[in-house]
Design a protein around this ligand. Structure first.
Ligand SMILES: [Zn+2]
Length: 325
């Protein structure tokens, strides 16, 4: 479970436009499906409590967030309990609206993750958090147990893990924030965090970013740098992480759609900014075992490096920091 807190204010550094192209490779075989479940949205974050009607705009943004992972093409085995099969997992109530939730023998389709979502007011600072739950257990046929524990992926646990899979997870959002619920980045304002950014980031944790054994396996114990091959190819060296090893280091810059921006999977996001997955973010997912179809080619990575040095210099010169309120 990781939180996602707003960082302190700083003036925006001028962004250099770079003519870097992301080269997407072959078309997906079976795209990852992420389905959201609102069963535990009991405090009105995605549902109008007066009428029971869904808050369609917010739910549509969750689907938009999930679409950033639709280029992942792993084949995930269905969790389909038959007679004699049993599985369960427990997690925090996603609206903090009652005792923890325990799922028993839920069916999940192939190539699909299910994420239970909700929100409630809490102390300012934290935007949201996500997790995959605890006490994941399965009994029954060997194939069923394997489907629950690994979705048919190999080498998902231990210090030599090279892949990752999950049944799904949960996300809680802090309703106390003055969220921007819009798809158009033009509507962002300095007063509020971007819901789309936070939702996409939290889904990333459920997909194992900063959490998976296959992520941890690639952190160099002596330097603390992330040394996954795809990430190193994009970044040009081992990638600095935050102090927990759960995110890229605060302020790590990379490229998205030809523009440099702060990575989505660094610990926090400025209010009023949108930070969707950069090439480095996608490379991190590829390194932990996801089949990602949008990792840049090596020659692109070299161009990125040249851009990184330039932007780093500008940010240091012009980017003053003040404390947030
Ligand atoms: Zn995070």
């Amino acid at each position: 479970m990781r939180d996602h807190t707003p960082k302190s204010w700083r003036r925006a550094a001028p962004m250099q436009l770079l003519a870097c192209l992301l080269i997407a490779s072959a078309s997906p075989v079976s795209a990852l499906e992420i389905e959201f479940d609102y069963t535990y949205d009991t405090r009105g974050f995605f549902t109008d409590l007066a009428t029971g009607a869904p808050r369609i705009d917010r739910r549509a943004l969750l689907d938009l967030a999930a679409s950033h992972y639709s280029g992942f093409t792993d084949t995930l085995r269905a969790i389909a309990p038959a007679e004699g099969d049993q599985w369960s997992v427990s997690f925090l109530h996603p609206s903090l609206g009652g005792p923890g939730v325990t799922l028993n023998n839920v069916a999940i389709e192939a190539d699909t993750l299910r994420i239970y979502v909700g929100g409630s007011p809490s102390a300012p600072g934290v935007l949201g958090f996500a997790g995959t739950g605890v006490n994941l257990q399965a009994t029954g046929s060997a194939a069923f147990v394997d489907a629950v524990m690994t979705r048919g992926q190999l080498d998902t646990t231990g210090p030599d893990a090279s892949d990752y899979a999950t049944w799904g997870g949960y996300i809680w959002f802090n309703a106390s924030n003055d969220w921007y619920f819009g798809a158009d980045a033009a509507g962002l304002s300095p007063g509020g965090p971007d819901f789309l950014t936070t939702a996409t980031h939290e889904i990333g944790h459920i997909l194992g970013f900063g959490e998976a054994d296959s992520w941890r396996a690639q952190i160099d114990p002596s330097t603390g740098l992330f040394t996954g091959a795809a990430s190193v190819a994009v970044y040009g060296s081992g990638v600095p992480l935050d102090r927990y090893g759960s995110h890229w280091a605060e302020g790590t810059i990379n490229v998205r759609d030809g523009q440099m921006q702060e990575t989505m999977m660094d610990p926090s996001t400025l209010f009023g900014e949108r930070q969707l997955p950069t090439a480095l973010d996608y490379a991190g997912f590829a390194d932990m075992g996801w089949q990602v179809s949008a990792v840049p080619e090596p020659e692109t990575a070299l161009m990125l490096l040249a851009g990184l040095a330039l932007i780093g210099l500008r940010a240091r010169r012009t980017g003053g920091r003040c404390s947030d309120t």
